[in-house]
Structures are given as C-alpha cells and as structure tokens.
Write a protein that binds this ligand. Structure first.
Ligand code: DC
Length: 225
C-alpha cells in the first residue's frame, strides 16, 4: 500500500502557506486542511452573534457548538459553518483584526486541536497553521516552516485581495497589520507561532510559488521513499 503521511506547514501570516499547501495536496492527492480558517470561523460567528470577544466563556461555547466543514473546490477550498458558506466572509478585515484574540483562548485551541487531529489521523494530509508541527501533529513525517519578510508578505496579500476583488486596505496598512498579528501570534502563552526543532525552514521572500513547491515536493518524496 502507498504510504500516506502527514505534512505540517507552519509560518506567519501570508508566508505562502495556504497556496503551497493546496498545491502540494493536489499533487499528492492528499486532503488539505486550513486551520487558520477554523479560528476565523469561530471569530466570524462570535462577531455575527455580537458576542463580546473578551467574554472567553461565550467564545469557547461557540467553538464547541459550531460545525466547521471544508469542501474542495477547483483552485480554492470552500468553508462552511453549520452548513452555511463563509469562505469569503472569514477573510474580512474585521475577522482578521479579531482572530488573534480568539486564537489565544486556550480552550478554543484545545477544541480546534482535537478536530484537527481527527482530520489528520489517517495521514494523507497537508495541514497549514501556526502550531501544526509543534502541537497539533508533533509526529508529522514532514514539517516545514515558511518565512518571508513582512514587506513581501504584505505585497502578496495586497495583490491577492485585488485579484479576488476583496475590498483592500493600503499596502502600508496591511504591512502594519501583519506585523501586529505576527507579534500577537508569537507572544501568546498557549501554542505560540514557533518553529518545531525538526522543521525545515524555507525563506520564500525571493522564491516563486513553484520554487517553494518543488523544494517541498523533494522533501516529501524523500519521506515517502
Ligand atoms: O493563517 P491565517 O491568517 O488564516 O490565520 C488566522 C489566525 O489564526 C492567525 O492570527 C493565527 C491563528 N492561527 C493559530 O493561532 N493557529 C493555527 N494553527 C492557525 C491559525
């Protein structure tokens, strides 16, 4: 039988994780799981229900209660909360500005981590996030940590917004927001953004998506051999 492994891809916001993870999943016919979309889904639901995000118990209730599901689409992945599509809405500026606070709540993380481990338990998975290699899938056969300069990441997000027709902030505003989110994600008490000791670090600042993919394909093929 063909071996089906776990591939963990971590890194800061807009480091190219989701683009690369999607392409790798397609290439190996693996399932792709965007864990950031799960934290975004909890945040969106809390905002829609006008829950005060500093009321941790109320946010934890939402994380426990809602059902987050994914459906593969041609060049994207569709995200649903309780059967209702939220693919676009979870990318709004309001969700982006509030998701770090939600992702810092330990019981929310515990809930998401459980669901993520279930999704990954049979292997054949490419999972991207912040704590996949360190906490969610510590035994993943391949762990990648993608980095890029904040300026380059802001430029990528800006271009992506324009291409998708999403209303966008200026480049400078996006760069500032990215730096703020990096800082919050790296300094939170539970499962901060951190490179796993056995992860391979790739700086994508000057690399094309294809170059990044090719280098990870080589790493996965070696793990499969
Ligand atoms: O990758 P993203 O920008 O969609 O992630 C949204 C937020 O969720 C980000 O601020 C960090 C958080 N996150 C997390 O804490 N752990 C993960 N595994 C994935 C995302």
């Amino acid at each position: 039988m063909v071996k089906k492994i776990q591939v963990a891809i971590d890194g800061p916001a807009s480091s190219g994780k989701s683009t690369v993870a999607k392409l790798l999943a397609k290439r190996f016919n693996y399932v792709y799981c965007d864990t950031g979309a799960m934290y975004r889904s909890v945040t969106l639901t809390a905002l829609r229900r006008h829950v005060d995000l500093s009321d941790q118990d109320a946010v934890i209730e939402i994380a426990k209660e809602i059902s987050i599901t994914f459906q593969p689409a041609e060049d994207n992945q569709r995200v649903f909360v309780d059967g209702q599509e939220v693919t676009r809405d979870i990318r709004s500026g309001e969700v982006s500005a509030n998701v770090s606070a939600v992702a810092a709540i330990p019981a929310v993380r515990a809930q998401m981590t459980n669901q993520q481990r279930q999704i990954a338990c049979h292997g054949g998975i490419v999972m991207d996030g912040r704590d996949i290699g360190t906490t969610v899938l510590p035994d993943a056969e391949v762990k990648i940590f993608l980095v890029a300069s904040a300026h380059e990441r802001a430029a990528r997000r800006y271009k992506e917004n324009v291409a998708k027709g999403i209303p966008t902030a200026s480049l400078a505003e996006i760069e500032k927001a990215i730096q703020l989110r990096d800082q919050k994600d790296s300094t939170r008490a539970v499962s901060p953004l951190r490179q796993a000791a056995d992860a391979i670090r790739i700086d994508t600042t000057k690399m094309s998506i294809d170059e990044v993919c090719d280098s990870i394909v080589r790493i996965i093929k070696k793990a499969l051999a």
